[in-house]
Ligand binder design. Structure first.
Ligand SMILES: [Zn+2]
Length: 401
């Protein structure tokens, strides 16, 4: 019943119309709109740079879709420019379905978004860079509704089980930040780098126990927050774990903390961290914030009904094992927060602050390979205990009221 309710909620979520805003519309400036390849032509695919001139900064969203590979840019509160079909830039303009303007550009091949920046009021323009990728690592959005709405695609089969014929536990690890978003920094060391290193060690510990692991990034690159959850869904994750070691929020105690989703959290420190995490995405213009409208939020909550307790169970198991391993934790080790990466309505998701890079004791731990190994092993034991618990309760849970 709850599962059916959740499926219904997801279906409704994708169908909710978005209200238009009654404001003066921004204008596209064709004279400041440019498109070109970067670097020398050596007969290989080259990076692409696109600048869309505007008369003021606007909220926007960007997606890459396939069939053929195309870039879709939606500019909210913007009048679709009246540019003839023969536009030399081969950008096609039209009205975005939810209001505003939409530009579509057919790409020369599979590409991914490298950077996206909306200029300020003194230099209002959207600047994008795309880089070619190999066909096998091309990951376009496949559902046009999600392109419009920024809502994660529903999993093909609801529930925790992975693909058919494979009942191995599958964990997606998400090393926080990356690329032009370094996260917290302490003397030239970035959170992005420390978390990538830890994610690799943690992945090795999990794999040694027969757990399948996918990392959302394997190198120092920017991955939009929403894409991180999409990767988890595409891989059929049983559990999504985002790894962080941020700057210690003001007035906050150090120590490891595990966060689960809470859209109504009043936790001040968590809000500070959420803002910090989301800022790069907002700068990149990839915050498809329609999902935060009230109706969507209510439906999202409904869709989350049986995922949420499973996330909390996971957090509880991890805390127990970290305690056993003598890892110093915050006095409230499990907290709720509205972190965007925890938004998946159908995949149990956690965000772990292993410690705070700006705090001397935490930093010393994070730089200590023995401490990291102890934490990786404890988290692995926690995940195994959680999975065993889930397995035991599976049928009982589904038979609920
Ligand atoms: Zn972080």
């Amino acid at each position: 019943m709850r599962r059916a309710l959740r499926a219904l909620a997801l279906a409704l979520l994708l169908a909710v119309p978005v209200q238009a805003r009654a404001e003066a519309l921004a204008e596209v400036d064709p004279a400041r709109t440019t498109l070109g390849f970067l670097g020398r032509d050596r007969g290989r695919p080259r990076p692409l740079a696109l600048t869309i001139g505007l008369d003021r900064p606007v909220p926007h969203s960007i997606a890459i879709i396939d069939g053929p590979p195309r870039l879709v840019v939606d500019l909210r509160d913007t009048r679709p420019p009246d540019i003839a079909a023969g536009d030399p830039l081969s950008l096609r303009w039209g009205a975005a379905p939810q209001g505003g303007a939409r530009a579509i550009l057919t790409l020369p091949g599979p590409m991914e978004l490298m950077t996206a920046r909306m200029g300020t009021a003194t230099d209002p323009a959207l600047t994008l860079q795309l880089v070619p990728v190999a066909p096998e690592s091309f990951s376009p959005r496949t559902d046009t509704l999600t392109v419009l709405r920024g809502v994660p695609q529903p999993a093909p089969s609801v529930g925790g089980a992975s693909g058919p014929g494979d009942d191995r536990l599958r964990v997606v690890l998400d090393p926080g930040h990356g690329g032009f978003d370094p996260g917290a920094q302490a003397g030239g060391i970035t959170e992005a780098a420390v978390m990538l290193g830890f994610a690799r060690e943690f992945a090795a510990a999990l794999r040694a126990q027969g757990i399948e692991v996918v990392l959302t990034r394997e190198d120092d690159r920017f991955i939009p927050l929403e894409r991180r959850t999409t990767i988890a869904r595409a891989k059929g994750a049983d559990l999504f774990v985002s790894l962080h070691a941020d700057a210690l929020p003001e007035g906050e105690a150090a120590g490891a903390t595990i966060y689960t989703w809470d859209g109504r959290s009043n936790d001040r420190a968590a809000r500070q961290l959420a803002l910090r995490h989301d800022r790069s995405d907002m700068l990149a213009g990839l915050d498809l914030s329609d999902t935060d409208e009230d109706v969507s939020r209510a439906l999202m909550d409904l869709a989350r009904i049986d995922t949420q307790p499973r996330s909390q169970d996971a957090a509880r198991h991890l805390v127990a094992k970290l305690n056993e391993a003598g890892v110093v934790m915050h006095r409230t080790p499990v907290r709720g927060a509205a972190f965007s990466v925890l938004k998946s309505p159908d995949i149990p998701s956690l965000l772990i602050e292993l410690g705070f890079l700006t705090h001397a004791d935490d930093r010393a731990n994070l730089f200590d390979p023995d401490w990291r190994e102890r934490v990786a092993q404890a988290l692995t034991r926690g995940i195994l205990a959680w999975a065993a618990d889930q397995h035991g309760q599976g049928t009982a849970q589904n038979a609920g009221p």
